[in-house]
Each structure stands twice: as C-alpha cells, then as structure tokens.
Design a binder for this molecule. Structure first.
Ligand code: EPS
Length: 399
C-alpha cells in the first residue's frame, strides 16, 4: 500500500493479535459495532472446527480515535485469543523448564508452512512457524479492512462477497456475467450473512454443504472459490503509469496473500483465454446511461484503472492442509517415514476467507482512493471525490 500502512502481529494460540493502521484522514467516524460485525462475519461459516466456538472476536482500540472519530494518527488495536487460557504452557511467553514443555511437532504437514518454515527459521519444533501461518492471522486484517470499508462507504463505495464454488460444485455454472444472476437483495448483508456458506444459489449451496460433510467423514478437507464485488467505485482508481500501481495487480497481490489462496481472476479472468476480442470487451453504450457498459467482463478494471463498473475479483482457495486422515510425511528429527502431524482444524475455511477477501480489497481500494484524492481530513477527501464524480458523470448518466 502506498498511503496506508498496516502492520499486524499475533500467533494463533498466543495471548492475542494486534495491528497498527496508519494513514486514514482525520475526522472519519468509526463504528466499533461495524468492525465487530465484520469480525463476527469472519467467524461464521460451515466447515469450521471447534475453535470458532471458543473465540468471540471483538476489537479493542488502543490509539488514534477520540470521541468516535479518527485523529489522523496511527490507529492501534488488539483482539484477544480466548483460547490462550488453554495454551499457557504450549505457548508460554516466558521460558519454562524442558520437562514441562509439550513434545515438539516434528512431522510436517504437506501443503502447510511446516517443512520449509522449520528449515528457514532453523527450528526443530514446527509449532514455532505454524502459529503465525494460521488463518487466525487474518483477524487484524479484517479490523483494518473494516476501517477501510467505512472510509470507502463515505464516498459511496460498497463491498460484498459470495462463495461461487466449493470443490466440484459450482453455483451459476453457465453464467457469463455472474452478477446478473444473483438474486435481488443478496448484496445486503442481512440476507447473505446467515447463509451457512455465503452461497446465493440455494440448490448449489445444499450440494456444497453435503460435500463438506462427505469430506469431513473422510477425514479430508475441501477448498473452493469466492467472489468479492465492489460497487460505486469512482472512475480512475489505480494507474497504468507503472507496473506496481495497476489496480488489478494490487488487488491480485492482496487477495493472493490470504492463507491458502492459489489463484485470482479479475472479471472473466481465465475465461477470456478461449474467446475472441469481440466476445470479451465491454461495449460502451449510451442507452445504458453515463459511461456504462452492456456487459462487465473486464470486472470493472481496464488499463489498470477502475472504469466505474462493479469490480469483480474471484479468488481460488486450496483445501486446508491439516487432514484428519493425514498424508505420508517424514519425522524431521529422526528421518523416519510416518504420517503428518494432526492439528485441530477446519474442513474448509472458504466462507471465512470471503470476508478476509472483502477486507483485503477494501484496504487496496481505500489506499488508492487516498492516493487519487488525498486529503488530511475527511472534508478534503469528500470534496475531491465529489469533483471527480461530477466530471466523470458521462452523457446524461448517473456517476
Ligand atoms: C487454523 C486452525 C484452526 C482454525 C484457525 C486456523 O485453529 P485451531 O488450531 O485453534 O483449531 O480455527 O483459524 C482461526 C483460529 C481463526 O480465527 O480463523 C490453522 O491451522 O490455520
């Protein structure tokens, strides 16, 4: 990020997680209720293990906010790990005698950080590296992303997400433009959030739930993909002037950095490969109003900048790497073959990852909003965004 800076810390079973977000303008109203709501949304999702029944994630602000508004100084925050109470020996901050320490983890799980991480950090206990690589590390990102989302909302930008595939089951299999097939009202959190897998196609969701159960019974795990949608983006966020300022590249990098993610598409993505240009590019249509398009196969980004259409990012997540029926592995200290370590885990984290996806997209867009429109205060920012919206309204159309 170029104007915002985010630093997070925290192990999965340590005392807690924390973060510092720097660069938000002064005077932004902060709703703690909305941040806690996003934290709760991240905890929800079919396929989660027992840990989610222990945690009740809530943000605690430590800096940067006064009387409910940002000061323009770094925002500090923390979230407690309730499970820490059960891990004070295994994750003790202070040294403890060797005879009271639990056995080190030495059989690396294929697909997890375990083997390469233990070699990199020169440790014979995989716990030293797996704790930070855990999906729990996404919690502070959701807090920062929720603040970014609140900033974007003041400029009319909305972000939401849904799961479109789990294992082999794909919602809306034949849709060219998946957004046009989503039922009305789905983008309202009240409808989407109670859905166990965040999937707007009820028939597909039923099949997905059964697939999660089958994977669980087999001691296995399952991945899938989710879509993050952004509506109301001003035209011109990002830049094509340099490779590291392109909005598509920034969004791909940020969402690829979610644990377990192996692929990202913008708009048609890999679907554009098999088509000719005339069946890919979105016709600019005066009848639709403003500078609108007949279709949105570009996913709201052309030439590395936002074009005013909804931004559509599809993210592929591999199956969780802890398997209850573990794959073959080696003991890293004795070299003996055996089975990989089993750690309490989830069958899938897909629905939770979608909320992290929203947060990552929000952070990138808030950063680019501030890069384009700047401002030390909310008044400065809003005035600049309004000027841009007026200028880019288009022929007789909505912004
Ligand atoms: C995770 C394993 C599970 C998940 C965890 C990520 O935790 P535990 O080992 O305590 O059962 O629930 O995710 C979270 C705690 C979270 O907040 O997302 C892993 O191995 O990555």
């Amino acid at each position: 990020m170029r104007r915002l800076r985010l630093l997070t810390s925290g192990e999965s079973h340590g005392p807690g997680l924390s973060g510092i977000l720097e660069g938000l303008p002064a005077g932004m109203r902060v709703s703690t209720r909305l941040v806690d709501r996003d934290l709760k949304r991240r905890q929800h999702g079919y396929g989660s293990g027992k840990r989610m029944q222990i945690e009740r994630d809530r943000v605690r602000w430590t800096a940067g906010i006064r009387y409910g508004r940002t000061l323009g100084s770094p925002i500090g925050f923390s979230i407690d790990n309730r499970d820490w109470a059960n891990w004070t020996d295994r994750m003790s901050v202070e040294p403890i005698p060797a005879d009271r320490r639990p056995k080190p983890i030495t059989r690396a799980r294929p697909g997890h950080i375990d083997l390469a991480g233990a070699l990199k950090y020169d440790t014979d206990d995989v716990r030293n590296v797996l704790e930070r690589a855990s999906a729990r590390s996404t919690t502070p990102r959701v807090v920062a992303g929720s603040l970014a989302r609140q900033l974007l909302a003041t400029c009319g930008v909305r972000i939401w997400s849904f799961v479109d595939q789990l294992g082999p089951i794909r919602a809306f299999p034949d849709a060219d433009d998946v957004l046009s097939t989503i039922p009305d009202g789905w983008a309202d959190r009240d409808l989407a959030d109670p859905s166990p897998l965040r999937c707007p196609d009820p028939e597909a969701e039923r099949a997905m739930l059964a697939e999660v159960d089958t994977a669980r019974e087999a001691g296995d795990s399952i991945g899938g993909s989710f879509v993050v949608v952004v509506q109301g983006t001003p035209i011109g966020l990002g830049s094509s002037s340099e490779w590291d300022t392109r909005l598509d590249g920034l969004l791909a990098g940020a969402t690829m950095a979610i644990p377990g993610v192996k692929g990202v598409e913008i708009g048609l993505g890999f679907g554009a490969v098999e088509r000719r240009g005339s069946a890919v590019h979105d016709v600019i249509d005066a009848d639709v109003g403003g500078w609108r398009r007949q279709t949105n196969r570009a996913g709201g980004i052309e030439g590395g900048i936002s074009n005013g259409e909804p931004i559509v990012v599809r993210v592929a997540q591999k199956p969780v790497s802890t398997l209850r029926s573990p794959l073959p592995s080696l003991d890293m200290t004795t070299g003996e073959s055996g089975r990989a370590h089993i750690e309490r885990s989830d069958v899938t984290v897909l629905a939770r990852a979608a909320i992290v996806g929203e947060a990552m997209v929000a952070l990138v867009l808030a950063d680019e909003l501030l890069m384009s429109f700047g401002g030390d205060s909310m008044g400065d920012l809003r005035a600049a965004v309004t000027r841009r919206r007026r200028r880019t309204r288009g022929p007789g159309g909505a912004p």
